[in-house]
Ligand binder design. Structure first.
Ligand SMILES: [Zn+2]
Ligand SMILES: [Zn+2]
Length: 139
């Protein structure tokens, strides 16, 4: 694959961003450095980068498609309340995965684990509400 300047810039920004941006957000990230780039170009480059394995598309919990660099290899956890996606660097590795599928006779080449929970911010918000009795909402 030919690495155009646009594609390199998109890859650069994705590697820097820890936020797992959507295509729209990637567009906003690259625009300051390449004001004439179009959203369509961003979409096309994201597609090509993911087809060549340099980035991954994340479709988690039915939310909007997000993009991420593949290095270092990591898992993801998604907040089931606000949709924020964070990295989990340490997690099950391919060896453990192979042990789990051994009985099926498959050779494991990859797997996808999706964690979900409450992010620290949502946990705090939840904590604030806990003081109130549940039955306070009367109709
Ligand atoms: Zn959250
Ligand atoms: Zn990630």
């Amino acid at each position: 694959m030919r690495m155009t300047r646009q594609r390199k810039l998109i890859l650069d920004e994705l590697c820097k961003a820890k936020s797992h941006p959507t295509a729209d957000e990637v567009y906003k990230l690259v625009r300051p450095r390449m004001p004439r780039i179009s959203l369509g170009t961003v979409y096309r480059n994201l597609d090509q980068l993911s087809a060549s394995g340099q980035i991954v598309k994340l479709t988690m919990g039915g939310g909007p498609m997000r993009f991420d660099s593949t290095f270092p290899q990591h898992h993801h956890i998604r907040c089931s309340k606000c949709g924020k996606v964070d990295d989990i660097i340490s997690g099950p590795n391919i060896k453990i995965g192979q042990e789990m599928v051994n009985e099926s006779g498959y050779e494991l080449v990859g797997y996808k684990i999706e964690f979900h929970g409450l992010c620290p911010r949502c946990r705090k918000r939840n904590g604030n509400k806990e003081g109130k009795p549940q039955s306070s909402a009367r109709n």
